[in-house]
Write a new protein. Structure first.
Length: 257
């Protein structure tokens, strides 16, 4: 009797990465979600204790307190939200966009883009919509969207048709959200625009520049010609630039009063 042939090994399936692996690959994304969620818990506790949201009152973008010197309000709105639906939409958007941006940009550069875009959105809101108080991570989210779109545009030869398709999808999503924000009352569209512009600018100024590497004439990976160690100074300069824009917006707001 002839022996039966060996059973072939089962082919590996493309299963989603375990949560532990996802956390390792995107630590800043999940840390931001955790920090923002914790701050929202403090908001709920303040509502229960004081019958109003003390956290929002102390941290929202509000022109008069900013003009009076409460400059932390240029940053704190990025981590505050006006209800669970608002929080869920922004954190789901961060969950969807963040890992891709963090993978390409690296964790330190990703964090810089997120924070600078968020503050940039607050500054645009202060300059062009000074009457409205606002909170939310939407400006930072739009910054990630703009950063990823510009990254894909700059790397069209590297990623080919797949990257082009993703770029078109990002443009459509961004355009639809901007139109929605412009037509629905209560949405701070200028914060979205400011975050989008900031994210695009960050990518142009200190974003990664990937080029294919070859081993024996065969593609073997991608190399960043503009690694984090070489752009840290640019990030500091960008932060100073954001500070200068904030000073200009505050000066203009004071003149307008």
């Amino acid at each position: 009797m002839n022996p039966s042939p060996p059973t072939p090994a089962p082919r590996p399936t493309n299963r989603p990465a375990p949560w532990g692996v996802r956390l390792q690959r995107s630590p800043v994304t999940f840390s931001l979600i955790g920090v923002t969620g914790f701050i929202y818990l403090l908001q709920e506790l303040s509502r229960a204790a004081f019958r109003f949201d003390l956290v929002i009152e102390l941290g929202k973008k509000d022109t008069l307190p900013i003009l009076a010197g409460q400059l932390w309000r240029l940053v704190t709105p990025v981590f505050l939200h006006a209800g669970i639906p608002h929080l869920f939409v922004n954190m789901y958007s961060l969950f969807a966009l963040g890992p891709a941006v963090e993978r390409f940009f690296g964790s330190p550069r990703f964090l810089a883009v997120y924070l600078l875009s968020g503050v940039g959105g607050v500054i645009f809101s202060l300059a062009f919509n000074p009457e409205a108080a606002s909170v939310g991570a939407s400006g930072a989210i739009f910054g990630l969207l703009g950063a990823l779109a510009m990254f894909l545009y700059l790397h069209r030869p590297v990623f080919g048709p797949g990257g082009g398709m993703m770029l078109r999808q990002l443009i459509i999503v961004g355009a639809l959200n901007l139109v929605y924000g412009a037509t629905v009352p209560g949405i701070d569209m200028w914060g979205h625009v400011g975050g989008l512009v900031s994210g695009i600018t960050c990518t142009l100024y200190f974003g990664p520049r990937l080029v294919p590497t070859f081993t024996g004439g065969v593609p073997s990976g991608l190399t960043d010609q503009q690694p984090w160690t070489e752009v840290r100074t640019r990030v500091l300069i960008a932060a100073l630039g954001i500070g200068a824009l904030a000073a200009l917006a505050i000066a203009l707001a004071q003149l307008a009063r």
